[in-house]
Write a protein that binds this ligand. Sequence first.
Ligand code: SF4
Length: 219
Amino acid sequence: MPRPSAKKTARLTAIYDALFEAFGPQHWWPGETPFEVIAGAILTQNTAWSNVEKAIVNLKASRMLSIEAIAEADTSALAESIRPSGYFNQKAARLQSFCRFLINRFQGDLNALFAVDLSELRPLLLAQNGVGPETADSILCYAGDLPAFVVDTYTRRIFSRKRMVSEQVDYERLQKLFTDHLPADVKLYNEYHALIVRLGATLCKKSSPLCDQCPIKGL
Ligand code: SF4
């Protein structure tokens, strides 16, 4: 990774400003409580958000959307409840494992979890069953209100098309493009990722991107 450059900072800032101007605040993450955000971050792996919403509705209806309820739930009943999210057996096991970790290490107290220093907390999350970098950073940024920049397929696609990274860039190097060139501001990180997702989902599509309508086409 090249050393941080003022030019990249200026470009990333200009892209953010143009996206915010075009799309406005995205109000991420959709979730009523930090735990709902955590559950959503695990459930959204390999599926569309609309499917996660159905699973969350089911969890609420069956009074299972809490750390204790998921930890103690019958695994098959939990899996059935989250069936709309796909990979439901695997995700039920992951949710239960994560909730049991929260209870065993933090007495189920998310304030205690998020009080751990970020440099220790991220590896701790990554050590949990089924928690990869994108899930860990989503939990840190959107449930913990901590400055972890989330990157994803949309980020890779857009910023490789902007020739700021290669198409094969790995998660950590892609993340460093942002964290090396932007202030560690959780509100900025929160909104920037949400705006990238908006651009990737609506205009910078995998095939046939709609460049003529793109707010960052000249940047
Ligand atoms: S939509 Fe087109 S102009 Fe906009 S980021 Fe994607 S490839 Fe670039």
